[in-house]
Structure formats: C-alpha cells, structure tokens
Design a protein around this ligand. Structure first.
Ligand code: ARG
Length: 577
C-alpha cells in the first residue's frame, strides 16, 4: 500500500499540474514532508519556493494557486485543512477520518503498511567481510550491523536481498602466516583462542620478515607454494579459514546476523587473469614499470594497479572479478558495499573501472565513520582491534542489572534471555541510531539509557504497549477491540501517536533511499515517545466503552509498528521485560 507521504505528494503533484498546466514539473521537488513544526499542520510542502524560478511567479502566489486546487474538507478527502504560510509553505492537516482509514489499512496489510517498491528486484549487500586470521576489527563490526540492517530494510520493501560476506581470505599475509605457524605456534593457545593465536604468530613472523631478508624470502616461497596448490600449504590455509570462520560465526549468531553467501576473495582467484585480459582487450590498462595500470584521469581519479610487477593481483582486480561474477550469476539491480570511510577512493576507482569494463548493475559504496569505544575494556595490543565478545558480555551484564531491578519476579531463565536481547540490542542500536557518516562515541550511559534513544527504551516501550491488549482481554474477555472503530482525533496524544505510526513506512523508504538506518531509528524513537505520552495521560481500561476499544486498538497498531521497525533494524523485542 501507499504511504501517507506518497499519497499527499501525488495530490500536490496533481494540484500543481492543474494550476500550471503548461509548466514542466518533472524536475521539481514536489515532495510532501512531515511538518517541521506541528503547530502548523501534520505535513508540509516547500515546493512553491523551489518552483518560483521555473514558473516565474512569486512563491506565495504559486502556493495559493496550488492550495486552492487541493481537495480539503470533504468527507472522503485526505486533508482537513490546507494553509499557505510565510513565503509560500503549504501546511497540510490530515482529516481524522483519513487517518483512521489509513491506520485500518496498515493494520490489515500483511506488510504493515510498507510499500513494496523492491518487488521483482534483487540487491546484493556486501558486508562484514573481515580478514581471516585477524580478530574482527571495529570497522567490520559496524559493517556487520549497518550492512545487516540495510539488507533487512530492503527486504522489508520487497527486494530479494542477498547478503554476501566477502572475507579477506587471500593474499601475501598467508605466506607470513604459514611461516609463523611452522615456527612460533603454541598449540594450547591455538586451541583456547584460535584467532588470537593466529594473530600473534602473524605479528611475530611479520616482524621477523622486516628484520631478516632470508625470512622474508621464505615467506614469499611459502606463498608461491600455496598459490601453486601445494597440498600442505593449502591445508594450512584452509585451517586458518575454518578457525577464523568458526569464531566469526559465533559473533554473527549472537548478533542475529546471517549471510546468504560467504564467498571470500579466494573464490574469484581463477577469474583474475580473465579480468585482466578483458581490461587489456578493452584498452583500459597500460604497462607501467612492469605493472599493469588503469589510468582514470578522465574521472579525475588516481591510477589503479590491476596487476603488480610480480604478477600478483590487487584488491581492485578481485572486486572487478566479483562484480562480474555477481552480475552473471544473480542479475542484481543494485550492489551495496558497506565499509569504513577509508575505502572511499578504492570504491570510486573500482566503480569507474567496472563501468568502463561493461558492468551495468548500479553500485553503491555505503561508508561509515569511526566509532570510539569505552576506554580500557576493549583495546588490545595495537589499540584498534577489539574483542566484540567482551563488549557484548559487558553489555549483557549491565542489561541484566536493569532487568533484575525492573522485573525481580521474572524466572531466572527468562531474565537471562531478556538481558541477552537488551544487551545485544543496546550495542547494535547504539550504532544504528547514529548517522553512519559521522563519528560515533559509544557510551554505556547512552546505549543502555532507559529514557533516551536506546534499544532498552524502545524494547520496554514495545513490551509495555503489547501488555495493554493482554490486560484488556483479561478484563473484557470475548470482546474484540481490534475491529472497533478507530478514533485517532479523540485526544491530542492519540492523534500524535497515530501520525507517528503512519510515519514508519515513510521512514523505512527514507532509510533505504539514503542508506541510513538511523532515519528509521529516529522515527521509532518518536513513535515510542508519543506512545509514552499517550499512555501516561490517557486512560485505557477505565475509559467509556467505544472510546476504550478505540484506544486499545490504536495501541495494538502502535505495538506492531514498533516491533516491525525494530525487527527491520535487527533488534529483538522480548514480549515481557
Ligand atoms: N576485507 C576488506 C577489509 O577488511 C573489506 C572488503 C569489503 N568488500 C569488498 N568487496 N571490497 O578491508
């Protein structure tokens, strides 16, 4: 079904076309947005200002001409009121009847009011993608959480969404690692904490390689053997991958993250020479000091090496092979790459080269900024790698304190499960609720806040709203409030709540269009806040019959919107807290 913003935008568009039949409106932004100030209306449209130049008329006159053609005030009209304000704002107020009609439609809709613009389309989301034999870096964790939310957001909008974990499982580090394994391995440590031990022997071997040329040569020789398919080195390499994946999988499981595909860089090895040949035959690369280089001056980008002078291939070459493989196997309409901001140049170069080489799928790099974690707890030797498990354990421990305080009567097993849901949710949501492109400071106070924009706040709100229906059913067995007439305009708090519910599908669309899960998080937080004010100021069970049912039904619709939205972000919603 359509969202309120889509419906109103279509009406404004029609009114513009009727008022200015000879004008070309196709390039004008005629979108209707939620009102910046609720005192003036529910929605607003600033198009008159944007159109003034093209229409050669003062914006206020344009707004008035459009307003007079917007249907308002009739029994079947969406709008109760249209006002022109200031230099030419259109302020739109929905009719209560339309709001009730729309929410009933949302309630009946199997997609909870979410339009399905992705139906028949496919998206590949390339996310997480850690490197084998290294602990997951904070950047990979952000990629995991944000990438998974983007996958779920698209899926909710009807896309067929494939998540692909493009593991860093190939490259020069394996020669170094094999030498480290042969000479420095501590078997016990490997059994206890495999990735830590792999990292440790890698660092030792890497250091030795920079001090000792013979060691460096030996590392290179091991790499060449691996590349040539030497069975022993292959087996070691496979072991490194299996050990790393087992550890990564434990993290994914805790985070409720699943991948449709796990294809590391090595999956594309055999395709690399063909990619380079293709670039050569298209005249896209030239030899330069023994290396093969793509010059991207026409795109104002620095050159990009696709084959090194020693014959080895590069990160960009693998990404080219990957995109061709994804195109021919999955025919996606869009591929997203979710990484930290430091890879922007790589993706600009690779996208430019991919287009020149004939890739036609839309490619987008979704990058995110730094996240600073609490001091002390998490920094390891080099200060950047972190142990996600520790962060999650600490969050669950703190969440458990909240649960113990709020629900001392809950059985032990339930309390543990709820604390896990809140603790993990808090860490994920602390990431998702921020604009991905800004630097994030993770603090426990914010992540576990009971009255701010946090997972626990939303999870508690969700459980509390759901309990209203249970209480109603206990008091009035046999009655069905879910079919009672909705009366959204009956209290200001209820009306605001109704508007916040109707806003969720638009927020999901915005989050997909701008690749910002935080836009959905913001809308969910506003929904939960407006619910709190409804709950605190308006009686449910003690209200008069009819009004009582209308209020309980509004709660049920709010609960579903909140639950659906949190699931789209990958946040669990325990039924009782
Ligand atoms: N493994 C890479 C890293 O850790 C990220 C890979 C991102 N995906 C891609 N197709 N390049 O930096």
């Amino acid at each position: 079904m359509q969202t309120i913003q889509q419906i109103l935008t279509a009406q404004v568009r029609d009114a513009f076309a009727a008022a200015f039949p000879e004008a070309d409106l196709s390039s004008l932004p005629l979108d209707v947005l939620p009102a910046a100030n609720e005192a003036f209306g529910d929605y607003q449209c600033n198009a008159a200002m944007a159109a003034a130049r093209a229409l050669r008329k003062p914006p206020r006159a344009i707004a008035e001409a459009v307003a007079s053609r917007l249907a308002a005030g009739g029994a079947d009209d969406w709008l109760a009121k249209v006002e022109v304000a200031g230099p030419g704002f259109l302020n739109l107020t929905l009719s209560d009847a339309a709001l009730a009609r729309h929410l009933a439609g949302v309630q009946a809709d199997p997609h909870a009011g979410l339009p399905q613009p992705g139906a028949g389309k496919r998206i590949v989301v390339d996310y997480s993608s850690p490197n084998v034999a290294k602990p997951m870096h904070i950047a990979h964790i952000r990629s995991t959480v944000i990438g998974d939310a983007l996958k779920r957001i698209h899926r909710a909008l009807g896309w067929d969404a494939l998540g692909d974990n493009h593991l860093g499982d190939w490259g020069t580090q394996f020669g170094i690692l094999i030498m480290g394994y042969r000479h420095f391995l501590d078997e016990k440590a490997l059994a206890a904490a495999p990735v830590d031990e792999l990292q440790r022997i890698y660092v030792l071997s890497h250091q030795k390689a920079s001090d000792d040329p013979a060691w460096k040569d030996a590392c290179r020789a091991e790499l060449v053997k691996l590349q040539a398919g030497d069975p022993e080195n292959r087996a070691l390499w496979k072991k490194f991958i299996d050990l790393s994946l087992a550890e990564f999988d434990r993290v994914y499981k805790r985070l409720d993250v699943e991948f449709e595909l796990v294809r590391g860089e090595s999956y594309y090895n055999d395709a690399l020479p063909g990619v380079v040949e293709k670039l050569q035959s298209l005249g896209l690369v030239r030899e330069s000091e023994g290396a093969l280089v793509a010059f991207l001056d026409d795109e104002k980008l620095p050159p990009c090496i696709v084959r090194k002078s020693d014959g080895g291939f590069n990160y960009a070459t693998t990404d080219l092979a990957t995109v061709f493989s994804r195109e021919s196997e999955f025919h996606p309409d869009l591929v997203l790459y979710v990484t930290d901001e430091r890879q922007q140049l790589h993706f600009r170069q690779f996208f430019a080269l991919a287009r020149k080489a004939g890739a036609s799928v839309a490619l987008r790099h979704v990058w995110f900024g730094l996240m600073r974690l609490p001091e002390g707890l998490l920094s390891t030797r080099n200060g950047t790698a972190i142990k996600l498990d520790l962060l999650l354990d600490e969050s669950v421990r703190r969440a458990r304190e909240l649960v113990d305080a709020s629900s001392p009567d809950m059985p032990e097993a339930d309390r543990a499960a709820v604390a896990e849901a809140i603790g993990i949710g808090a860490v994920k949501y602390a990431d998702l609720s921020q604009n991905p492109q800004s630097a994030v400071n993770f603090t426990w106070e914010k992540a576990l806040s009971m009255d701010g924009n946090s997972a626990p706040y939303l999870q508690y709100a969700c459980a509390r709203i759901a309990s209203v229906l249970d209480k109603y059913r206990e008091r009035f067995p046999g009655a069905d409030p879910l079919a009672a007439p909705l009366l959204p305009g009956e209290t200001p708090q209820g009306r605001r709540l109704a508007l916040r519910i109707a806003r969720i599908p638009d927020a999901v669309l915005d989050a997909a269009a701008q690749m910002k899960p935080s836009l959905l998080a913001d809308a969910l937080y506003e929904l939960a806040q407006s619910y709190s004010s409804f709950y605190q100021n308006v009686p449910f069970l003690k209200a008069d019959p009819g009004v009582r049912e209308a209020r309980v039904r509004l709660c049920a619709i709010a609960a579903r919107a909140l639950r659906t939205g949190l699931h789209i972000l990958g946040i669990r919603t325990p039924e009782r807290i």
